[in-house]
Design a protein around this ligand. Structure first.
Ligand code: GUN
Length: 291
């Protein structure tokens, strides 16, 4: 039996349509949602992500501001820009694309963003709010995964979930969201002794380790849901140049009950949730301004 495919492109298109309607309603009330994006340096992958984020805004009727800094930009320059954007009431979301060049203090930069505009959900206060299951901003990729599970009607409450990866951007917030939703969560990572022991008992596996085709079908419980967060470009072998996930799709699709493809799975949902967070921020600002 082959797994049901959870189609991130289709879900993303539907959710982006709803976001565009909310953005239009806000604009009609005089509050056009606005996202400011800061890119430091010339990392090619970051440049592609930023371009896609700005294009996503435009399609949804969200205004975007883009600030590009050279690789040797100073901490002061970036901090000054953040202070200006924090103070600007027409800006609802602020995103600093990561990774930053090594000479910049990433923690200080992320902590300088007003938590009400922190649409990436990386500020320590938003991380704390998520851990307490309180209202704030949730990081976009794990938030998108939760939306995919919900839409695909995958039961989360009481499920055994295994998250592979412990990053601040995906693994840790993913574990908190699944915990908040009532799953029993195990976080595995590169130092885990027997990964397959854990994954084979899981009803839900979320792979976010950045290793191409690392999770194979023999590591999956029959009927489990497999969510692949990885985006890797293969640089050798017969598929050189192609994108693939952290899951070996060909073997996993034969065992899983439901699975996300790469590309066309989690990837498009990340930007979708960023757009949603920006609209949510603008809705909160409009409410606070009595509009
Ligand atoms: N780098 C990789 N993923 C992300 C993300 O979701 N947000 C930002 N700002 N940078 C990233």
């Amino acid at each position: 039996m082959t797994a049901r495919i959870i189609d991130g492109n289709a879900l993303s298109a539907r959710v982006r349509g709803e976001i565009a309607e909310r953005a239009a309603a806000l604009t009609a009330r005089g509050v056009q949602p606005c996202l400011a994006v800061i890119l430091v340096g010339g990392d090619p992958a970051s440049a592609v992500y930023v371009r896609n984020k700005v294009a996503g805004c435009e399609k949804a009727g969200i205004r975007s501001l883009r600030f590009d800094y050279p690789q040797d930009a100073s901490q002061q320059e970036v901090m000054a820009r953040l202070a200006e954007l924090n103070a600007d009431p027409s800006v609802h979301g602020i995103l600093v694309q990561l990774p930053l060049p090594a000479h910049l203090d990433e923690t200080a930069v992320l902590e300088a963003i007003d938590i009400r505009k922190d649409v990436d959900g990386f500020h320590a206060e938003n991380v704390g709010l998520l851990s307490q299951n309180r209202e704030g901003f949730v990081p976009c990729t794990p938030n998108g995964v939760m939306k995919m599970l919900e839409t695909a009607e995958v039961p989360v409450q009481g499920a055994e979930a295994v998250v592979i990866g412990r990053s601040n951007i995906v693994g840790k917030p993913m574990a908190m969201l699944l915990t908040n939703a009532g799953a029993t969560v195990t976080v595995c990572h590169s130092k885990t002794r027997d990964l397959a022991f854990h994954t084979r008992r899981a009803d839900i596996v979320v792979a976010a380790i950045g290793k191409p085709r690392f999770v194979t079908g023999d590591m999956i419980k029959p009927g489990a849901t497999v969510i692949d967060v990885g985006i890797n470009r293969l640089d050798s072998g017969p598929d050189a140049g192609k994108l693939c996930g952290d899951v070996d799709f060909a073997s996993a699709v034969e065992v899983a009950g439901a699975i996300t493809p790469v590309p066309g799975g989690v990837g498009p949902m990340t930007i979708t949730m960023l757009l949603e967070n920006t609209v949510v921020s603008a809705e909160r600002a409009a409410r606070d301004a009595g509009k």
